[in-house]
Design a protein around this ligand. Structure first.
Ligand SMILES: Nc1nc2c(ncn2[C@@H]2O[C@H](COP(=O)(O)OP(=O)(O)OP(=O)(O)O)[C@@H](O)[C@H]2O)c(=O)[nH]1
Ligand SMILES: [Mg+2]
Length: 185
């Protein structure tokens, strides 16, 4: 069976590539901006099986709309979108909900969305109420946090992605995802 695809979405600098590198068992590089890392298949143990997932990073650009076709290629055949915002950047949450998700959903209407607060060991400035509001609006199936710097929560994020890939119910058109309970972990 082909690997399920998970895509890392979000604003410039929120830490998508660092999260992808951690998922691939790589080291954290401070002050290092990665445009987009090469897609790679990783294996994640979950529910007594091994889920093979293709981790796909999405390159950002100062001109998001001009990058549209490039994004479309990255999104192709995605099963899960990891919607990233940084916990110390309120604007990144707003853009996640207002720009990245609508664009992704346009190309992958049946994919599940998981909202992830990155850089979780930094001081939080994004109010949890706003996180919940966005999570509900985008119908995220999970709301998680992680830090690529300390590796905290990375395994859990991968586990939730794997679980979602294994247990996703078939959804009808117009009902993009089944609405799971949204718990902040
Ligand atoms: N403190 C802290 N810094 C982080 C963390 N994750 C990423 N960073 C830093 O944030 C910056 C951006 O990380 P990237 O992974 O390149 O961000 P990106 O979302 O891929 O950015 P673009 O590809 O430009 O869109 C880098 O300087 C990282 O070192 C984290 O968990 N904690
Ligand atoms: Mg990057």
């Amino acid at each position: 069976m082909a690997a399920h695809k998970v895509v890392l979405l979000g604003c410039r600098g929120v830490g998508k590539s660092c999260l992808g590198i951690r998922a691939m068992d790589g080291p954290f590089q401070p002050n290092w901006f990665y445009e987009a890392i090469e897609p790679r298949i990783i294996k994640v143990p979950c529910l007594n099986s091994i889920v093979e997932m293709l981790v796909q990073d999405v390159p950002t650009s100062s001109d998001y709309n001009a990058a549209h076709p490039m994004h479309a290629v990255s999104y192709l055949d995605s099963c899960v979108g990891l919607v990233c915002y940084a916990v110390d950047d309120t604007l990144s949450l707003k853009w996640a909900g207002d720009f990245w998700v609508p664009q992704f959903v346009h190309f992958c209407p049946n994919a599940s969305l998981i909202l992830v607060g990155t850089k979780s060991v930094l001081e939080r400035t994004v109010p949890m109420a706003e996180v919940r509001e966005v999570a509900e609006r985008i119908k995220a199936v999970h709301v998680l946090e992680c830090s690529s710097k300390t590796n905290e929560g990375i395994e859990l994020v991968l586990e939730f992605v794997a679980k979602e890939m294994l247990t996703r119910k078939h959804v009808h058109e117009g009902q993009r995802r089944f609405k799971g309970s949204c718990v902040v972990v």
